[in-house]
Design a binder for this molecule. Sequence first.
Ligand SMILES: Cc1ncc(COP(=O)(O)O)c(C=O)c1O
Length: 418
Amino acid sequence: MIADRAAAQALDRADPLAEFRDRFLIDPAVTYLDGNSLGALTAATSARLGEVVRGEWGDRLIRSWNEGWTDLPTAVGDLIGAHLLGAAAGQVVVSDSTTVNFYKLLVAALDARPGRRTVLGDRRNFPTDRYVVDGVAESRGLRVGDVGADPLGGPTPDSVAASLDSDTAVVTLSHVDYRSAALADMASITALAHEAGALVLWDLSHSAGVVPVELDRSGVDLAVGCTYKYLNGGPGAPAFLYVRRELQLDLRQPIWGWFGQRDQFEMGPAYRPADGIERFLTGTPSVLGLRAVEASAALVVEAGIERIRAKSVALSSFLIDLFDHRVAGLGFSLGTQRDPERRGGHVTVHHPDAYRICRVLVDQEQIIPDFREPDGIRLGLSPLTTRFVDVWDAIDALARVVADGRHTTLGTTRLAVT
Ligand SMILES: Cc1ncc(COP(=O)(O)O)c(C=O)c1O
């Protein structure tokens, strides 16, 4: 049976996480389906930032470094690690951007595999990861390998196994693909890389806070990820990085800043890295960003990653069902796997005129998905804010817009941010 809007509203009434939406500051006129790019603002984060600015910065000034600021990168790292990443304490820090953390860990891993000259990645991976790999490979004269991931299915143990060899130093992949949402088999791929003697660096940007991750249990070496997507830390919020405890003393990251130094305030002549995960810090952490991540991630932790995943699967299944019934015949195709075990939190649909359809949704329907080149409309489902009725409204709008051809009246000039 085709669900109607009332059926979506009934699902919302039965949703055990429904109350969490009230803890965000959301414009009720907008249907926001881009929380996988920039998560919404929580009321607690907004209030906390006000307190931190006035109290910790305004009143306490530099004394605040001794009153909690110095420990923020590890404290927030442990919070995210324990509850959302399956990482025991002392293995996660929040600092810098995902790009910078990726660079630090990639270089550290390569240095730990001297003599091996291949970085194995996914040529369909998010650009920043590919660019960093290419830059590091070029400066060191390394080879960049490709696991040959299927656009819909993402990297699989078979595709990785076929690409690994004794020259592979590091394997770098996204756990959830930014376009298709394909969910990789982290434990199996990590084990295969280890059998070949390589280290593995996972990008968890599209999984942290929406898909349960078991870094310790999966034997993962290294990981990075964003905090401004499903963790709602705010634009440019500092990213996290994970280094498995047994590897920490063997790895040296390339940015030798004073926050990674063992005795920071000795101001000594030479860099000696800290003994633990702090050695992966660089310079002065972004305190406001860290306080925002702390407050917003706490809400995700409170909701619980298992309940979040259950709602995420229910939302994406509902979307795919509506897609089949309402829009599949209108020139759309599904760009995300139907098996919920094989997908993360968002759903991508393809259409030859995706860009103009997106523009109509944003400008005329107050529905905000995002467009991904060349023809993808990415529908981000954030379980703490997205309702079933939002999914219904978005698919209904897609069907109406394309059926009446409204998008065809627009020009094709692209805006910088889509
Ligand atoms: C998989 C992935 N990695 C990294 C990034 C971004 O990294 P940064 O925060 O350094 O811009 C994104 C942003 O969307 C992403 O999707």
